[in-house]
Design a binder for this molecule. Structure first.
Ligand code: NAD
Ligand code: TYD
Length: 335
C-alpha cells in the first residue's frame, strides 16, 4: 500500500510511522511534515534511512505542492494528523490553527478526491465535543460544541471531512481520540511537562483547582486503533478512541511525582486556563465492536514506561527545552 501520512514528525505521527514500518512490510510511506516547532526530525532519526520511507518537508495548506505530490505519487490511502495541537498556543494566536487545521484539511481532501485516494482518515479529538459536567460520556452522536480555537479548528476539519463524504462520497473516516501520552510528546503538554519539571526540580504549574478531568490513552494504543480505522472503518463514519481512563489533573501530577520519588511541594497552583474545559470522557464502544479496538497498556504501567523513556532520552528533551522558541513560549505562558 502507498500510504501518505501528514504530521509524521510530531508526537502521534512519529509513533504511527514507527509502528507501521515495523508491523506492515507491504506499506510504502510518504510523510508530509512542515517541521514546525513541534515537528522534530529526531523523532524518527533512529529509523532512517529506511527503504520504504520518504519524508517531504511541506505545508499541507500549500495547495500547489500538495496537488503535485498527490498527482506524482498517487497515494492509495491517507492518514491526516498534521495540525497545530496545543490549546494554550491557540489562545495566544489562533492564526496558524485556522491555516493548518482548517485550510490544510480542505487542501488534502481536494487533492485526495482529484486523485481517487481510496481511504482517508482524519485524526480528530474528543475536544470537538466540548466539555462535560461531573457525569456522562461523549458518544459519536454527541453534538459538536468546541470551546477553544484549537477545538473549533479541529471540529471544522471534521465537518469538512463529513462534507466531502456527503457531497462526493469520498471515503473519509474520522477518529476522535482522547488525550494521548507516551514517548516523543512535545514537552509543552501536561504529562511530559510534569515529568521533566520534576526531573529538573522545577515548579510544576497546575491550572486552577487541578480537578479538571482528562481521559488518558497511551499513544501506542491510539496508533493500534488507527490502523483498523484505516483498513476496515466504514466510510463516512466517526469512531471514538479511548481507554476509558478518566483522571483529574492533580492526581496525574501526584502519581508521576510519587513514581519519580520527587517532592510533592513542586506542584504549584497557577492561574487557570481561560475557558478551561472541565471534563472529557469518551465512549469507545463503536470502535471496540466494529474495529476490534482494545487498548492494552494499563495506566500506571504506561506512566512508568513513559517516565523511563524520558529518563533514557535526556538528549532528546534537553535539546527542545534549551531552544529559544521553547523558552520564549514558557516565559509567555507561565511568566
Ligand atoms: P504534534 O503537535 O506533536 O505534531 C503535529 C505535527 O504536525 C508536527 O510534526 C508538525 O510539524 C506538523 N505540522 C503542523 N503544521 C503543519 C503544516 N501546516 N503542514 C504540515 N505539517 C504540519 O501533535 P500530536 O499531539 O502528535 O497530534 C497529532 C494529531 O492528533 C493532531 O491532528 C491532533 O489534533 C490529534 N490529536 C491529538 C491528541 C493528543 O492528545 N496529542 C489527541 C487526539 C487527537
Ligand atoms: P494539555 O496537555 O494541554 O491537553 P488538553 O488541554 O488538550 O487536554 O493539558 C491537559 C490538562 O492539563 C488540561 O486540563 C490542562 C492541564 N494543564 C495544567 O494544569 N498545567 C499545564 O501547565 C498544562 C500544559 C496543562
Amino acid at each position: 500500500m502507498r500510504l501518505l501520512v501528514t504530521g509524521g514528525l510530531g508526537f502521534i505521527g512519529s509513533n504511527l510511522v514507527r509502528w507501521i514500518l515495523q508491523q506492515h512490510p507491504d506499506v510504502e510511506l510518504v510523510n508530509v511534515d512542515a517541521e514546525t516547532y513541534a515537528g522534530n526530525p529526531a523523532n524518527l532519526a533512529d529509523l532512517l534511512p529506511h527503504p520504504r520511507y520518504r519524508g517531504v518537508r511541506a505545508d499541507v495548506a500549500d495547495r500547489a505542492t500538495m496537488r503535485a505530490l498527490f498527482h506524482d505519487w498517487h497515494p492509495e490511502a491517507v492518514v491526516h494528523l498534521a495540525a497545530e495541537s496545543h490549546v494554550d498556543r491557540s489562545l495566544q494566536d489562533a492564526t496558524p490553527f485556522l491555516r493548518t487545521n482548517v485550510e490544510g484539511t480542505q487542501v488534502l481532501l481536494d487533492a485526495a478526491r482529484e486523485t481517487g485516494v481510496g481511504r482517508f482518515v482524519y485524526v480528530s479529538t474528543d475536544e470537538v465535543y466540548g466539555s462535560l459536567g461531573p457525569t456522562g460520556v461523549f458518544t459519536e452522536t454527541s453534538p459538536l460544541a468546541p470551546r477553544s480555537p484549537y477545538a473549533v479548528s479541529k471540529a471544522a476539519g471534521d465537518l469538512l471531512a463529513q462534507a466531502a463524504y456527503h457531497t462526493w462520497r469520498q471515503p473519509v473516516i474520522i477518529t476522535r481520540c482522547s488525550n494521548n501520552y507516551g514517548p516523543y510528546q512535545y514537552p509543552e503538554k501536561f504529562i511530559p511537562l510534569v515529568i521533566l519539571n520534576a526531573l529538573e526540580g522545577q515548579p510544576i504549574p497546575l491550572y486552577g483547582d487541578g480537578q479538571q478531568v482528562r481521559d488518558w490513552i497511551h499513544v501506542e494504543d491510539h496508533v493500534r486503533g488507527l490502523w483498523p480505522a484505516l483498513t476496515r472503518g466504514t466510510p463516512g463514519r466517526v469512531y471514538n478512541l479511548s481507554a476509558r481512563n478518566e483522571q483529574p489533573n492533580r492526581a496525574v501530577a501526584e502519581t508521576i511525582l510519587a513514581l519519580l520519588g520527587a517532592d510533592p511541594a513542586l506542584l504549584r497552583t497557577v492561574r487557570d486556563r481561560p475557558g478551561h474545559d472541565r471534563r472529557y470522557a469518551l465512549d469507545p464502544s463503536r470502535a471496540e465492536q466494529e474495529l476490534g479496538f482494545a487498548p492494552r497498556i494499563p495506566w500506571r504501567e504506561g506512566l512508568r514506561q513513559t517516565i523511563a523513556w524520558y529518563h533514557q532520552h535526556t538528549a532528546w528533551w534537553r535539546a527542545i527545552r534549551e531552544r529559544e522558541d521553547y523558552q520564549n513560549y514558557y516565559q509567555q505562558q507561565y511568566g
